[in-house]
Design a protein. Structure first.
Length: 130
């Protein structure tokens, strides 16, 4: 299976955020995203997120760093969408902060809007073939 590209909500913002992460932390997330690019679910540090309207996965590190991605549209676009990256506030326990959840929801909404024409085009193509 060939690799899929990574798409970020904003390349500059992504790079600015992760530039403060040390090499080992960047390598941790990089290896897990690479596994996702190859069409597999990383074996450790990943959990599915619920209630976002599309399949999202959170890669988490014990230091509190998190990366959220989706493979929802990979068959249409050949891309894995990295939706967010943030440091989890340990005072929140297992719950995600409302601000993080809101930001992720807004980005998911934008991705879904971008994908709508592709989904419609693919549905029309399949209909013509049948």
């Amino acid at each position: 299976m060939s690799d899929k590209d990574l798409e970020f909500w904003d390349d500059d913002e992504w790079r600015a955020f992760i530039q403060d992460w040390d090499h080992d932390l960047r390598a941790y997330f990089g290896s897990r995203l690479r596994t996702a690019q190859q069409g597999r679910l990383p074996e450790t540090g990943v959990k599915p997120l619920q209630d976002f309207g599309i399949a999202l996965f959170e890669i988490k590190h014990s230091c509190g760093a998190r990366v959220v991605y989706t493979t929802e549209y990979a068959t249409l676009t050949r891309c894995i969408y990295v939706v967010d990256a943030f440091m989890k506030d340990s005072r929140e326990g297992k719950k995600m902060r409302t601000s993080d959840r809101t930001r992720i929801r807004a980005r998911v909404k934008r991705i879904k809007e971008q994908m709508k024409p592709l989904i419609e085009r693919e549905a029309a193509r399949k209909k013509r073939l049948h």
